[in-house]
Design a protein around this ligand. Structure first.
Ligand SMILES: [Zn+2]
Length: 138
């Protein structure tokens, strides 16, 4: 397997390739998405890349009404909020991601624990393609 450094840059490159990759501690099997080069469970740095299945359960979510500038550029604001959440991945690891395909006008329909699947959102940036990680109800 090729060895890319365990960095946000590598993680974003993998997202461009529609791969959700994290790092796995060879000692204690802890998983990190985005990857860490040092395990915060056992403090070893013996890590390897592992591809996540892209399925999991919604662990937490929040509606964002005050959007950061790059999201405002995509049309999100107080009248059109978007959902951000944490997904507990099947096989281990938790990841922050945008949550799509949910009705923020009826947030009572969004349930912690609901099954989610990964969705890669590609967007042409000024210099290069950027990919955002999102999840939607499975
Ligand atoms: Zn470890």
């Amino acid at each position: 397997m090729e060895q890319r450094p365990f960095s946000d840059h590598s993680y974003n490159q993998y997202l461009n390739e529609e791969k959700l990759m994290g790092s796995r501690c060879k000692k204690c099997d802890a998983r990190y998405v985005p990857p860490r080069s040092l395990c915060i469970e056992c403090y070893r740095s013996d890590m390897e890349w592992v591809e996540m299945k892209g399925q999991g359960k919604l662990a937490a979510f929040t509606a964002i009404t005050i959007a950061p500038p790059f999201m405002m550029a995509q049309g999100y604001d107080r009248k059109n909020p978007y959902c951000s959440g944490v997904v507990e991945l099947d096989g281990g690891g938790r990841v922050d991601a945008r949550i799509e395909g949910v009705d923020l006008a009826h947030p009572e329909n969004i349930k912690v624990g609901m099954p989610m699947k990964v969705k890669f959102i590609h967007r042409e940036g000024s210099e290069k393609q950027e990919t955002y990680l999102a999840f939607e109800p499975a």
